[in-house]
Design a protein around this ligand. Structure first.
Ligand code: HEM
Length: 401
């Protein structure tokens, strides 16, 4: 329903208001979160306002999503998630606008070099094989907890030089951080991550190693050591940035392949097609629902966006825009490039973890399809996905044999 009388943000044309739209309340009937976003797009104006979650705009078209991601002078990352204040602690580089942003981003760059990514591939593969070994004879598994989360948490812990068994502390915190609606819960999750990482920072101060955590702890920005609070935020960002995103995308890929035997058989028979297929699967299954805050009043395409207004940017809608992509809901591994997508952002904050994420997806598709080439959604179950700061696959039962 568009429009109601109790608008909290005055002077917005009634036609642009859906006062009750609540992103956290969107229902995902069979695990296809991205299709839910296309339904939001198709039933609303391209840019609309809601009073929920502190009040914010929603951009639903590819051009507008890309403009918000690239134009940092109007659309700031100072507040990059709905609702305002969600991040809790400063997390550079993601909540710092250019030009200062580059100095913090540069500190993290060794984590994402081709050499660093290649060095993590062997451990990713062996951890995945171990996880597959645990479930293969059962003929079924709950994919999200038993497979999808195992990869990114291993990559994070290895990258930071931390013990792999700490996964059991960090996984629940990361999950609460992205999925909780109430600020108090996301902040509690952040606080938990901070408590975990604070001791590790002290260890690395005293005895540095060759890991990314040691590198960050001993780096300087503008010639000064990085403030303790910023260090904590940077570590929490590396954890939160790579965990729920990768795990959820793997969940959406697995759901898709379970339901589409033709696509699955294609990749089983032609593993060399996996890298190209990954681009198309990413386009169809975007997960991040980022946001921006307006730096000033701005008349954008005839809509007056006010200083400090929040704008929700559902990244998946970029690759699903029929103005950009023919038959966007179809997955076509032969789609001619370039394949448009904003799943990893655009502009200065574009995700630096792309190569890492793609490596995890490649390893998953190569090894899983080799060992379990035929699988389906377990009979009597329905995939469970939710929508929050990410479109998140929560539960996906698969069976085979
Ligand atoms: C499928 C997996 C992933 C997705 C979909 C994803 C998505 C994103 C998005 C949308 C942004 C913000 C871009 C913007 O709004 O302009 C971002 C930033 C970021 N991501 Fe990722 N990401 C993924 C994996 C990773 C991994 C594996 C890591 C690291 C371990 C990572 C670390 C970061 C960092 C540090 C930033 C902040 C960059 C900056 O502010 O300059 N991400 N990511």
């Amino acid at each position: 329903m568009l429009g109601t009388a109790d608008q909290t943000r005055q002077a917005i044309p009634q036609a642009l208001v859906d006062a009750d739209f609540d992103m956290f309340a969107l229902k995902v009937p069979d695990g296809d979160a991205q299709i839910v976003w296309t339904e939001v797009r198709d039933t609303h104006p391209p840019i609309f306002w809601t009073n929920q979650n502190g009040g914010h705009w929603v951009f639903t078209r590819a051009d507008d999503i890309e403009a918000a991601q690239k134009d940092h002078e109007h659309f700031s990352m100072r507040e990059g998630a709905i609702p305002k204040g969600r991040r809790g602690i400063p997390s550079p580089p993601i909540d710092v606008d250019p030009p200062r942003h580059f100095a913090y981003r540069a500190v993290l760059s060794p984590a994402f070099s081709p050499k660093a990514v290649a060095a993590l591939e062997t451990v990713t593969r062996s951890v995945l094989l171990e996880a597959i070994d645990k479930v293969i004879d059962k003929g079924e598994c709950e994919f999200v907890s038993e497979i999808a989360h195992v990869l990114p948490i291993t990559v994070f812990l290895k990258m930071m030089g931390l013990p792999l068994e700490d996964a059991k502390v960090l996984l629940p915190l990361s999950h609460q951080n992205t999925q909780a609606k109430e600020l108090v819960d996301t902040q509690a999750a952040r606080a938990g991550m901070v408590r975990y990482i604070i001791d590790k920072i002290e260890d690395r101060r005293a005895s540095p190693g060759s890991d990314v955590l040691s590198h960050v702890v001993h780096s300087k920005v503008d010639g000064q050591p990085i403030a303790e609070q910023d260090l904590l935020g940077m570590c929490a960002l590396l954890l939160a940035g790579g965990l729920d995103t990768v795990a959820s995308m793997l969940g959406f890929f697995a759901r898709f392949l379970a339901l589409n035997p033709g696509h699955r058989e294609d990749l089983v028979a032609n593993p060399d097609r996996i890298p190209k297929a990954i681009d198309e699967l990413i386009r169809r299954h975007g997960v991040a629902n980022t946001a921006r805050i307006m730096t000033a009043d701005y008349n954008y395409k005839g809509v007056l966006l006010r200083k400090d207004d929040m704008v929700l940017v559902p990244n998946c809608l970029h690759g699903l825009d029929p103005q950009q992509v023919n038959m966007p809901l179809e997955v076509d591994f032969d789609r001619p490039p370039p394949i448009p997508s904003a799943a990893f952002g655009n502009g200065p904050h574009r995700c630096p973890g792309i190569a890492l994420a793609r490596m995890e997806m490649k390893v998953f598709l190569q090894e899983w399809l080799k060992r379990i080439p035929e699988f389906r959604i377990k009979s009597g179950t329905t995939p469970v996905a939710t929508i929050g700061a990410t479109n998140s696959m929560q539960e996906l039962w698969l069976s085979w044999g």
